[in-house]
Design a binder for this molecule. Structure first.
Ligand SMILES: Cc1cc2nc3c(=O)[nH]c(=O)nc-3n(C[C@H](O)[C@H](O)[C@H](O)COP(=O)(O)O)c2cc1C
Ligand code: SF4
Ligand code: FES
Length: 616
């Protein structure tokens, strides 16, 4: 079916089962008062199905929940079936559907991260203390255990409403909440609903566009627009730098760009800022430190690949950052509109390169869209992210066709991670040799490692590709914590496996770790000591995968449940786990199900003494 056309090209929705817009509501009778309520709360949003998730956020933010009546009214507002609206709303963890007659949602939710870096710093005890707090109970505060919130270096992390607190202590959290909210009252802060949403007003102060321009950002993209930098040069420089994607798969960036650029237009682009891999927080770091670098890289990619629209898909947990970007966005779009030039126009041909623009004397600059995730890790997988941007459930799909061929709204789509785009801008400024010339042991480039766990100075560490874990800890992290001796490490978050201390001198790089059944992924390093247990870590990771599986394919949906059960035994059933792991790897649709057995395999291979008889 056709959607409201963002590209101006009559793009159709992607290749997934789509929905028909309804002229008459089916299902629940919609109350007129709720229709008005929904229209008011969603003011300013186009009533387009692809904006369903944005509409749901508006309701969730204001009401603190999604009552059945409002969902029905929203379905009518968007002319979608009630079933579809419910299906999408119930897919995402950050939406709370409340059936008719059910008790309303708690006025305030405190999310406590239970993923690995926080679990190692006492997250479970924190959640239990909060749960037992009479002051919080009096106020009806709900404590929810949630996966990684991207603050692993300051573990344990918690989020009050939408406000991140890290490191979090029970005392501090209770104090913050009780100072804001008297017992027996609805929490203050949100006039529409009385729900407390402190993070909603917190805005990360990003440099304004004028400040960024004054400090030299956007010079490369201006050079491209003016004709001082040719498209071919841009492709070549990224190629010479050897830049590879920083989202996890490490795909060569220039090759991806060329593939998308070679597809018939209109072409589209999405920046994947979903950052949900436990242990990963580098994208947030770079947005906070260098947002304009990322945005310049995105504009350069859009210009080189000649895309008509760009979507930035940002994880919902980064609320303050989102608010900062929302403030910047109109200014950025206006500046882009005023200055953008395609190379062919700049060369004076007056001809644009895609058929749809041939009647137009000036091909418009790309539209820039901001989209908000809703708490589903799987939406970082690129085909799932595309479905989510289209307003659907974030279900990954089988490939081919690859998203480079058939992505957003069925169009060829360039997907890049924010850090990848930051490097594009820096490579063009500093030269490809500068980037490629960094590196150890024959590897080239720089990498941002998100380091957490038992080290003195966790955080994002910019280090040469090919550095070993031992060097990273000694040179960048101030060594191991006092009283802790290296026992093992996660090289690539939840998905990359667990390696033992005796492999700490191996280069940490994309291909090298594969020989040990591990991979570097998003460069999320979690350092373990003799006080940790690899099997306990693996149990935590399997719990994460089970929770985050989209449930679409049986090997992943049932496999993660079954594996978690087997891993709960003091002695693991080795052959059963191995056989199941093989099925999951072979038959899962996406990387989540394929990677879920990695930590199990690592434990069986490197830490068997923890889980098998006779080796203890
Ligand atoms: C389950 C899963 C989650 C993912 N999460 C992310 C993510 O949060 N951010 C990201 O950039 N890539 C993520 N990826 C990788 C993307 O699918 C994609 O390869 C990447 O965004 C491409 O950008 P790059 O080439 O710049 O790395 C994920 C992959 C899988 C299988
Ligand atoms: S592997 Fe898991 S997350 Fe991926 S599509 Fe299948 S069920 Fe969904
Ligand atoms: S914030 Fe807790 S593991 Fe990342």
């Amino acid at each position: 079916m056709k959607t409201q056309d963002k590209t101006g090209q009559g793009a159709s929705r992607g290749q997934r089962p789509t929905r028909g817009r309804r002229n008459t509501a089916k299902g629940r009778v919609v109350e007129p008062a709720l229709t008005q309520d929904v229209a008011k709360l969603c003011e300013g949003l186009a009533p387009s199905p692809e904006l369903l998730i944005e509409h749901l956020h508006r309701l969730q933010d204001h009401l603190g929940q999604l009552p059945a009546g409002h969902l029905a009214a929203l379905a009518a507002h968007l002319r979608l079936s009630q079933a579809e609206v419910f299906e999408v709303a119930s897919f995402y963890h950050h939406f709370e559907c409340v059936p008719e007659g059910a008790a309303p949602a708690a006025p305030l939710t405190v999310r406590v991260c239970e993923s690995i870096s926080c679990a190692m710093q006492g997250a479970e005890a924190l959640a239990q203390t909060l749960n037992a707090s009479a002051a919080l109970q009096e106020r009806g505060v709900r404590i929810q255990r949630v996966p990684c919130v991207g603050r692993c270096a300051q573990a344990p992390a918690a989020v009050i409403g939408m406000q991140a607190v890290a490191p979090a202590s029970a005392l501090d959290l209770i104090r913050r909440i009780t100072e804001e909210q008297a017992p027996g009252t609805q929490a203050a802060g949100n006039p529409a609903s009385g729900t407390w949403a402190p993070g909603a007003t917190e805005i990360l102060a990003l440099p304004t566009l004028a400040q960024a321009l004054a400090s030299g950002d956007y010079q490369r993209v201006q050079a491209a627009w003016s004709g001082a930098l040719a498209r071919d040069t841009l492709f070549e420089q990224i190629e010479q730098a050897g830049l590879r994607g920083m989202g996890g798969a490490g795909f060569p960036t220039a090759r991806k760009w060329r593939t998308v650029a070679a597809q018939a237009g209109p072409r589209l682009m999405a920046i994947n800022a979903d950052e949900g891999e436990p242990g990963t927080f580098k994208d947030r770091h770079w947005f906070e430190q260098a947002a304009h670098r990322i945005l310049e890289g995105a504009l350069l990619a859009a210009w080189t690949v000649q895309v008509d629209a760009v979507w930035l898909y940002l994880r919902d947990e980064y609320a303050a950052l989102r608010a900062g970007l929302e403030r910047l966005w109109p200014e950025l779009q206006a500046w882009v509109d005023a200055h953008w030039q395609w190379q062919d126009e700049q060369a004076g041909s007056g001809q644009s390169q895609t058929a749809q623009d041939q009647d137009s004397p000036r091909r418009p600059a790309p539209r820039l869209h901001l989209r908000r995730g809703a708490g589903a890790y799987v939406c970082g997988e690129e085909s799932a992210m595309i479905a989510s941007i289209e307003g659907l459930r974030g279900l990954p799909r089988l490939r081919p066709p690859y998203v480079a061929q058939r992505g957003l709204f069925g169009r060829p789509t360039l997907v890049n991670n924010p850090e990848t785009l930051m490097w594009v801008s820096r490579i063009l400024e500093e030269g490809p040799q500068h980037f490629a010339g960094q590196g150890r042991r024959g590897r080239s480039g720089l990498r941002s490692f998100s380091v957490s766990g038992r080290v003195n100075q966790p955080g994002v560490k910019l280090a040469p590709a090919g550095i070993s874990l031992r060097e990273l800890i000694e040179e960048h992290c101030g060594g191991m914590l006092s009283g802790h001796v290296l026992y093992g490490f996660l090289p690539g978050g939840a998905s990359g496996g667990i390696l033992p201390a005796h492999l700490a001198d191996e280069p940490l790089d994309f291909d090298t770790l594969a020989t040990h059944g591990a991979f570097i992924g998003s460069h999320a390093i979690v350092v373990l000591s003799q006080h940790d247990s690899a099997s306990e870590v693996a149990r935590n990771l399997m719990h994460f995968f089970r929770h985050e599986s989209c449930g679409q394919c049986t090997p992943c949906r049932a496999g993660t449940v079954q594996m978690a059960r087997m891993m709960a035994e003091p002695e693991w059933p080795v052959s059963g786990l191995q056989a199941l792991g093989q099925v999951m790897r072979d038959a899962s649709i996406c990387g989540l199900g394929q990677a879920a057995p990695n930590p199990v395999d690592s434990v069986l291979r490197f830490f068997p003494q923890e889980v098998t008889r006779g080796t203890r």
